[in-house]
Ligand binder design. Structure first.
Ligand code: MOS
Length: 753
């Protein structure tokens, strides 16, 4: 059943929640005990190798796999010519996070819509044989002109007709932004660009399908949502839930790349069903550049203000690429109507079709781009008006969500500015660009604001307490490296007053209680609430039994008058009167007590309040004046995200987000060869990401923020907020250091020289 819990937290202070806890899965991960999708062994396994299109747009005119199939050990080569008919050829199926449109089904026909499109799967007895045979597949193409230059396609951009579920379109105009902009004493309008970025998690996308003799499958998939993958497989191949179990206990990084089922899942399942054998398909590193990516987006941002920096108008337009077959959308411009108090705003968002795979979610999708432009423009306003950047933001502080005309559920952004500035030493900054240096390095200090939605989704969880006093909590959620296992154990241990070592967490299995994909920073609030509710139910059941134990000192007390601590249920304020969990369990006469609960956000609260996380990021850069080398030597990120469940994993989340932001500011760049229409640097030798030497001091502050509305457990989520604003803070610091305003990220050496 669904219970809309308003507040389960009560007055009890937990022993684990709110403290720094080591990851309960940490040991497995560092010892190699944790298995990933491409590692699960199974007898008789076959290996699939994907052949990718060499052209960008057109069709296959001839495909000849005879040489490949003649290689001893090669089992079959699948192409569009012999692909088995599948259920979704007749029926449209879209996955949980699909944008509107017609999802690409691999090997569907001879048409090529983008470079790197999978066009054949070679299945062999060994990986090496499959890889070798893949080079022998002979393909001839007919090419058509391709569209891969957003600048050129800008003229054909359009407002998406069908909106992507969960993605708010831009709010309607407020006031008259054009008139206010025209009249504003201080104004400017600029274009901002961020390079296309590709996901490069350590673990590439992979699927191992274990074929069982009864025709059922166990599918090990790299995914952020096992039930999303399960529904995709059953929906596409016309199977029953019972036929397919998807398992993904560990994810070697994903951050959006694992939200949608990817083509290796399709191909592995297709081959397994046809061959009635187990099949593994692992994408190569360069094939990781053939699907989801942060979309190329051109942003134009205009700001009008009075001489003191009070905002009078904001205009923010974005045009983003999408594929020819789906209308991908993300929230890019809405932040400009939300983050600051401004009476006149006009925000537009359009997309343009190109010959690329459908772009996808990548850590703080939309906000990462839009808030970068806004915060870079705010910095320009600070210099144009001579107002200190922090002062400027305080002057324009938004007390309510103007896009939706609602109060915030909580907003401690002022505390973020204050505590961040203090820790950073912002007051010692000399405002003039190029005014701080040490040796041949110019020093720059910049700052920015970050913002992300605080979301919660309907989620189920089960808690089971055994006679031995061990507790198992389970939900079909994922841990993409963020710490889900650990926070679930913390919440569960506190609810029943047992040691964290007595809690086992089960996730990443489609047979567990229903959970959405782990994304959007909602997993902690959603799964955490469900785990707490399920454990609470076990607690109630157990208490009822404890009262009935012979001579129970709890007989005359209600559950609100007892505490669960150290494996005992005792009278509040009188620890000498207690019943042990073991005695209470014995009284049940059962081997275990189990409860499954489903929790969801309270619709009334959701209607009344806007929930967001906020941050203030301060960055120091040092720029070698002769070589142009930029180092981000110091970051202070002050974050307001409601209750922090685990100080250690929470800090790690922010560190990861900030490093992602450093990559966006200085390194990451998928370079499109416009002539060929394909990304040139499809490997991590040439696609640069921050290495250890690029990451220096990162100081994370969690400011106190009480919130009883964003989620019943007071949690707002931390997955995305670490990246939002970080690149802007760095770009702003580079301006302060060098006097150069660079509006195209990444800021590489050639741009500052
Ligand atoms: Mo994140 S882009 O919501 O996985």
């Amino acid at each position: 059943m669904t219970s809309n819990i308003t507040n389960l937290d009560g007055k009890r202070a937990g022993r684990y929640v709110g403290t720094a806890q080591r990851r309960i899965d940490g040991r497995l991960k560092v010892t190699g005990g944790a298995k990933y999708a491409g590692e699960f062994p199974t007898p008789g396994l076959t290996y699939g190798y994907v052949v990718s299109s060499e052209i960008t747009h057109g069709k296959i005119t001839r495909i000849d796999a005879s040489a490949a199939e003649a290689v001893p050990g090669v089992i079959k080569v699948f192409t569009y010519k012999n692909r088995p008919k599948i259920a979704s050829d007749d029926k449209k199926y879209q996955d949980q996070t699909a944008p509107p449109g017609s999802p690409m089904r691999p090997l569907g026909d001879e048409k090529i819509a983008y470079a790197g499109q999978p066009i054949a799967l070679v299945v062999a007895e060994t990986f090496e044989l499959a890889r070798h045979a893949a080079t022998l597949v002979h393909i001839e193409y007919e090419t058509k002109p391709h569209k891969t230059d957003l600048e050129a396609e800008r003229s054909s951009s359009y407002e998406p007709k069908e909106k992507r579920s969960g993605i708010a379109p831009p709010p309607p105009p407020r006031g008259d932004a054009d008139a206010a902009f025209a009249k504003a004493p201080v104004k400017f309008e600029n274009e901002y660009r961020v390079a296309v970025e590709h996901h490069n998690p350590m673990e590439p996308h992979a699927t191992t399908v274990v074929w069982h003799d009864d025709g059922k499958m166990t599918v090990y998939d790299k995914t952020q949502g096992v039930q999303n993958s399960q529904n995709y497989v059953t929906g596409i191949f016309g199977l029953k839930k019972d036929d397919v179990r998807v398992i993904s206990p560990f994810v070697g990084g994903a951050f959006g790349s694992g939200l949608r089922p990817q083509y290796q899942l399709f191909l592995a399942v297709m081959a397994a069903m046809e061959l009635k054998r187990s099949v593994r398909v692992v994408l190569t590193r360069d094939q990781m550049f053939t699907f989801t990516h942060r979309p190329d987006t051109i942003q134009t941002l205009g700001i009008g203000a009075d001489k003191d920096g009070k905002l009078q108008a904001i205009r923010h337009d974005a045009v983003a690429e999408t594929s020819t077959f789906e209308d991908y959308q993300e929230v890019v411009v809405n932040w400009s109507g939300l983050l600051y108090d401004c009476a006149n705003t006009k925000l537009t968002y359009e997309i343009a079709k190109m010959n690329v795979y459908t772009p996808g979610d990548m850590r703080a999708p939309g906000a990462t781009l839009g808030v970068y432009a806004l915060e870079a423009a705010m910095d320009e306003l600070a210099y144009a008006t001579g107002v200190d950047p922090v002062e400027l933001r305080l002057k324009n502080y938004a007390e309510k969500d103007q896009n939706e005309d609602k109060p915030f559920s909580s907003k401690e952004l002022r505390a973020c500015y204050r505590q961040g500035a203090e820790r950073f030493g912002w007051s010692k900054r000399s405002a003039e660009p190029r005014s701080m240096r040490e040796g041949r390095e110019l020093i720059g200090w910049g700052m920015a604001t970050g913002v992300w939605e605080a979301m919660m989704q309907e989620t189920s969880a089960r808690a089971t307490l055994t006679a031995g006093g061990k507790l198992e909590v389970a939900a079909a959620t994922a841990d993409i490296g963020t710490g889900t296992y650990t926070i679930m154990a913390q919440i569960a241990a506190d609810e029943l007053g047992i040691p964290i070592d007595d809690v086992t967490v089960k996730i990443g299995d489609s047979s567990l209680p229903k959970a959405p994909v782990e994304g959007g920073s909602w997993a902690a609030a959603s799964t955490g609430t469900a785990v707490k509710a399920a454990c609470h139910k076990v607690r109630e059941k157990l208490f009822n039994h404890a009262r009935k134990v012979e001579g129970s000192p709890l007989a005359n007390f209600g559950i609100d008058r007892v505490v669960f601590e150290n494996g005992r249920i005792s009278v509040s304020g009188d620890p000498s009167r207690f019943v042990t969990l073991a005695d209470a369990m014995a009284a049940t006469g059962e081997r275990e007590i189990s409860a499954e609960e489903t929790t969801a956000p309270d619709p009334e609260t959701k209607k009344k309040y806007s929930g967001y996380t906020h941050s203030a990021i301060f960055a120091e850069v040092r720029v070698d004046e002769e070589l142009g080398v930029i180092r981000v030597t110091r970051i202070v990120d002050a974050v307001a995200a409601g209750k922090i469940l685990n100080l250690k994993t929470a800090r790690s989340q922010i560190l990861g987000g900030v490093v992602f932001g450093i990559g966006m500011a200085l390194h990451e760049e998928s370079l499109m060869d416009k002539k060929l229409g394909r990304f040139m640097n499809h490997n991590i030798a040439e696609y640069h990401i921050p290495a250890n030497a690029d990451v220096h001091d990162i100081d994370v502050i969690f400011v106190d923020e009480q919130d009883d509305k964003a989620s019943p457990i007071g949690v707002k989520g931390l997955g995305e907020i670490g990246i939002v604003g970080t690149a802007a803070a760095i770009a702003n610091a580079i301006f302060h250091a060098t006097g150069r305003r660079i509006r195209h990220l990444p800021i590489t050496i050639d741009k500052v020289m």
